[in-house]
Design a protein around this ligand. Structure first.
Ligand code: SIN
Length: 541
């Protein structure tokens, strides 16, 4: 299979890029499940940008930088904030229906933690689904774009003869027939989202297994800031409510966090109260839960009318009602859960990774926008801004990008592999990884627990790499291999940050240290085992 652009992933980043770059050549989007299976599709709150008259770029930049706790790249923040309003206009032109004020016709803007203004464009609490709907409809009509569902990518194909340890020339893709096929491309773009599934409790969909980050790392790309895992403070606590988020926009509309007696507690921890940044709110909830020994705290929005809540948060309202919670009357039981990876594949201002022929966009990338803690609703924004920048790069370097010769590559070989007869060999490790990460590498960390996690993860990785060689690949094995590698990156990055900053909090080094105002950049160390990781360079911020 040969194409000009190979896009891996069908969320907002992949589809936005595909729609633009299709003017330059043929685009194949491979996605490992169905096209709607993406984190974008679950995004509730919305997309932040300077859209109100009383707002300014300076304020959005300041809020982003404050949330990022000293690790944002200022140039990136300025660029993303500046490009926000035109990219929202593009989404509207592509058919996305954001909610507008009935009287003025202007966008109805929500507020979320860390924002000093109302600046979140939304489609009630279904913003991501509305964006996906519109982008997928546009992609479907496009003669230059093919979307292939149930096509997980396994690994990047590298032309190792090219300079600097090689150029990416596509990916090995697992087809529905069970065959692994080489998909060759002039440019490969990883848009596979994040890796929330590395934790036992997450707001992310099942597909969030860090595939892009793991593939890029194995290919030799630089990866940074993996210690900064964002835990969303408020996921619904109910045994049957898998992954369900209670949007931060609910707090933006006045919800308060209370303990089992109905007593507010956020003011004890942060003067910004419920609208403090996520790192602070998640940590406060964690402390309250540990102190009380209880399994959850409560989010109380009973100050608002039933009518208002039903209209503004229809999905949340209905979901809670299904579990016997009427949100206009009952406080909602909530817990923090893994939500967003702020780090990822290091990219430049156009989405280029450190590997030639390989880009990364959206949650897969580390652009420098989020630093040590992403500001709410800046993620969809980053994805659309960088999709446009990446297209611009390909357009301005069209000759070079499309003129690349496609080398002869070796077909996928299964070697001596045999059928895996006992699926338990895979499933047991899933459980082990996710529990280890939740218990040892969660919201509050310590050296002791991180070291234990590292020891266990090395053994698990070793075993999985062996399985990968011994048995025919399966979708389950591909994901497990990726998630275990990403888990190790998080552990190693956390161990190397001997301070507490943003989302990374460790009992052993509870304060911010000036000397750690830097990104620790990791890359594969050739000649060593994959899991034998180390920081290869630092970037001072
Ligand atoms: C939310 O609606 O709370 C999630 C939005 C985000 O992650 O930015």
């Amino acid at each position: 299979m040969e194409t000009d652009f190979l896009v891996v992933g069908s969320g907002i980043a992949g589809l936005s890029f595909a729609l633009r770059v299709a003017e330059l050549g043929r685009v194949v989007v491979v996605t490992k499940k169905e096209r709607m299976d993406s984190s974008t599709n679950l995004a509730q709150g919305g997309i932040a940008a300077v859209l109100a008259e009383d707002d300014s770029g300076t304020e959005h930049e300041r809020d982003t930088l404050e949330s990022g706790a000293g690790l944002c790249d200022r140039d990136v923040v300025r660029m993303v904030v500046r490009d926000g309003p035109p990219r929202i206009a593009d989404l509207i032109a592509a058919g996305v229906k954001f909610v507008t004020d009935e009287k003025t016709g202007k966008l109805d803007l929500g507020k979320e933690g860390g924002h000093s203004r109302r600046r979140v464009a939304h489609s009630y609490d279904l913003t991501g689904r509305e964006i996906e709907r519109a982008l997928l409809a546009a992609v479907k009509e496009h003669p230059q774009i093919s979307v292939l569902e149930n096509h997980p990518a396994i690994d990047l194909i590298m032309d190792r003869k090219a300079k600097d340890r090689g150029r990416c020339v596509g990916a090995y893709v697992f087809e529905e027939s069970g065959k692994v096929v080489s998909y060759l491309a002039k440019m490969t773009v990883l848009c596979t989202g994040g890796c929330g599934k590395v934790y036992l409790y997450t707001s992310n969909p099942d597909i969030a297994t860090g595939d892009g980050i793991a593939m890029a790392f194995r290919a030799g790309a630089q990866v940074a800031n993996m210690e900064f895992v964002q835990f969303h403070p408020t996921c619904l606590f109910h045994p049957r409510a898998k992954n369900f988020l209670i949007s931060e926009a609910v707090r933006g509309e006045g919800a308060v966090l209370v303990d089992r007696y109905g007593k507010r507690f956020m003011d004890k921890y942060d003067s910004r109260g419920e609208l403090a940044t996520r790192d602070s709110v998640a940590r406060a909830i964690d402390r309250e839960m540990k102190a009380s020994g209880l399994d959850c705290v409560y989010l109380d929005i009973t100050s608002k009318s039933n009518e208002f809540l039903y209209k503004r948060f229809p999905t949340i309202y209905e979901k809670c009602r299904k579990f016997g919670i009427t949100i206009s009357r009952d406080p909602i039981p909530v817990v923090p859960a893994a939500h967003y990876m702020c780090g990822g594949v290091v990219v430049d201002m156009y989405g280029n990774s450190s590997v030639d022929g390989l880009m990364a966009l959206g949650e897969t990338a580390n652009t420098g926008l989020h630093g040590a803690n992403r500001l709410a609703s800046n993620s969809l924004l980053e994805a659309v801004v960088y999709a446009e920048k990446a297209w611009r790069y390909c357009r301005d370097h069209k000759k070079e990008v499309l003129g690349r010769e496609t080398p002869q590559v070796d077909d996928w070989s299964s070697g001596e592999a045999i059928d895996l007869e006992e699926e338990i060999l895979i499933n047991h490790n899933w459980d082990l990884i996710r529990r280890t990460m939740w218990n040892y590498v969660g919201i509050v960390r310590s050296d002791k627990r991180l070291k234990l996690a590292k020891e266990r993860m090395s053994d698990i990785l070793k075993e999985i790499e062996q399985h990968y060689r011994d048995y025919y690949v399966s979708a389950n094995m591909i994901e497990l291999r990726n998630i275990s590698l990403v888990a190790m990156m998080i552990i190693e990055a956390a161990l190397q940050r001997q301070e507490s900053r943003g989302l990374h909090y460790t009992k052993d080094y509870p304060v911010v240290k000036q000397e750690f105002q830097r990104w620790n950049i990791f890359a594969r160390r050739w000649g060593k085992q994959l899991w034998d990781m180390d920081c290869i360079k630092q970037k001072r911020i």
